[in-house]
Design a protein around this ligand. Structure first.
Ligand code: MSP
Length: 528
């Protein structure tokens, strides 16, 4: 999914700033960051865009309820909560767009004006239901029976709250015209919507027919949004405004060279709750504007609490730093990418996190690294020795390194992050197994085994080198420390290593290893 221009443009949804982030939001950001870092490690010009969705009734109401203006409220949340999150979970993004910025607002207007001039927008009467929580017009079939306070009423299936009845004279986008072009695109580009369950859902939704979409709201109700350029008694529907961030951030309407460099996006990662906006409305908007469609819309699953989508509005949100304060950002990133099969739902539990931290990170990977380096120090004065002739077990290790690397790289091309990590972990397991069977500490007891000991420690170190490169997109901090200790800079920076070549054997050339603190220190539990 790499464009010929050697650029890799990846986006996440832009987040509502009605509240502070929880681990569900952080999950999307980490996934996109792992993919972006992986492509960067292949030498591509990888561009990760994040941002915040700041207009609309939901945010205005929250601000008002907190005695704030919408602008002051969003400024505060962006600076106090959403930007600091990037550090908390170690995100390397190239831009962060806010929909209240001029570069966004003016080019949203440019885009809408073009669609209006080209006949894709008309004025009409809207009557129907609207969920402010989703900022979405709802059909009867989207509603479910309410419980508790809302017993006897129909409520939004996601927010479990009643919807509002709207009757307005609005502008409509001719979405219905795009039913067949969308279905054709899905057919000709089977990976456009991924995973397959997401694709099937969208294809069956679109096959049932599409209604035109109201894309404006009357200012008589509220005015927190972008003016419709030809009629300033209306503001742009917040989703129509928000979706355009993916192009306004890279210069749509004002920096043609930059826009052409990055658009179309290679992968757009979204939660499955907002798949239809991204796989139906968004491509139809692009088609209407004559712009190419992104390579892939990937709909990931939800982090669940008590079997339900974790959400702030249902008071089930966990703040990311509740996890990173104790476990660190690397463990956070590793845990969610490995424990929740990317594309499916998964439940978070502290027990599972602690157990995996101990077994997989501290004992599996961290211990392997510290043991290997310690043995190089003890038996070879800290200089990684050269290898002699390879035995059958060495050859097996070499083969596992090659296949872990090629399988992981191939999985990333399918946005299969969990599968990629599982492939890399075959090398962790093989290295641990190799050291246990080769018993370098036994070889070290007899000087006549010196050559064999050298080969074993070379192989262990070289395997660790491959592993460090392969894990760098997932755990940037731990791998940077390990890289420094293992290579002493003889191979250049970790960032200069090409991850596609990670599995090609024989790269380490006798560096003097450095000190390595425990990569995943023991976590004191609260009651100790
Ligand atoms: N502002 C819109 C998106 C506009 S994009 C043009 C929006 N924002 S949101 O803040 O409500 O949620 C954004 C995303 O957060 C979801 O699509 C999903 O990626 C992520 N998640 C929110 N809760 C989540 C979980 N419980 N689990 C996993 N991801 C979750 O929708």
């Amino acid at each position: 999914m790499t464009s010929e221009k050697n650029s890799f443009y990846i986006t996440t949804p832009i987040f509502y700033v009605n509240d502070a982030p929880h681990i569900g939001h952080a999950y999307t950001e980490v996934a996109a960051d792992v993919l972006a870092r992986w492509h960067r490690a292949r030498g591509e010009d990888s561009f990760l865009l994040l941002g915040t969705d700041e207009h609309g009734e939901k945010i205005l109401r929250t601000a008002t309820a907190n005695n704030s203006t919408a602008q002051a409220w969003t400024d505060r949340l962006v600076h106090d909560a959403w930007l600091p999150l990037l550090e908390t979970i170690d995100i390397d993004n190239q831009d962060f767009i806010r929909t209240t910025e001029d570069r966004h607002k003016s080019n949203v207007q440019r885009f809408i004006q073009k669609l209006y001039d080209d006949g894709f927008i008309y004025q009409g009467a809207f009557k129907g239901a609207y969920c402010v929580g989703c900022e979405e017009y709802k059909n009867k079939s989207d509603l479910v029976a309410g419980t508790g306070d809302y017993q006897g009423q129909e409520v939004c299936a996601i927010h479990s709250k009643p919807v509002e009845e709207l009757e307005e004279n609005n502008y409509f986008f001719r979405l219905s015209q795009f039913q067949q072009p969308l279905l054709d695109h899905y057919k000709q580009n089977p990976d456009f919507i991924s995973p397959e369950s997401a694709r099937n859902e969208v294809v069956s939704f679109v096959s049932r027919g599409l209604d035109d979409l109201s894309i404006s709201r009357s200012k008589e109700k509220f005015d927190w949004g972008i003016d419709i350029p030809w009629d300033n008694s209306h503001i742009t529907y917040v989703w129509f405004d928000a979706l355009l961030n993916y192009v306004t951030a890279i210069g749509y309407g004002e920096d043609e060279a930059k826009f052409r460099k990055y658009w179309p996006a290679n992968v757009q990662v979204v939660g499955k709750d907002i798949l239809r906006f991204h796989a139906v409305i968004w491509p139809a908007m692009l088609m209407a504007a004559g712009l190419p469609l992104p390579g892939q819309i990937f709909g990931h699953g939800w982090l669940l609490v008590g079997g339900e989508k974790m959400s702030k509005s249902k008071l089930t949100g966990i703040a990311p730093n509740q996890i990173t304060d104790g476990f660190g950002s690397d463990a956070f990133r590793y845990y969610f990418m490995k424990a929740v099969n990317f594309g499916q739902d998964g439940s978070f539990s502290w027990e599972d996190l602690s157990a995996r931290y101990q077994a997989e990170l501290a004992n599996g990977f961290g211990n392997l690294a510290s043991r290997t380096i310690a043995m190089v120090k003890r038996y070879f004065d800290g200089v990684i020795p050269s290898a002699g002739e390879y035995s059958a077990s060495d050859k097996k290790l070499i083969a596992v390194a090659a296949s872990a690397s090629s399988k992981a790289n191939e999985a990333i091309d399918r946005t299969a992050i969990t599968e990629a990590i599982i492939s890399v972990w075959t090398l962790v397991d093989e290295l641990n197994n190799y050291i246990t069977t080769e018993e370098p500490w036994v070889l070290a007891k007899d000087e006549s085994n010196r050559d064999r000991l050298a080969t074993v420690l070379y192989c262990a170190s070289e395997g660790l080198r491959a592993l460090t490169v392969l894990l760098s997109p997932v755990m940037p901090k731990a791998t940077a420390k390990l890289w420094a200790a293992l290579t002493a800079g003889t191979l250049g920076d970790l960032a200069e290593q090409n991850i596609s070549e990670a599995g090609s054997w024989g790269q380490l050339a006798n560096p003097t290893v450095g000190d390595l603190d425990a990569l995943f220190p023991r976590i004191e539990s609260k009651d100790e």
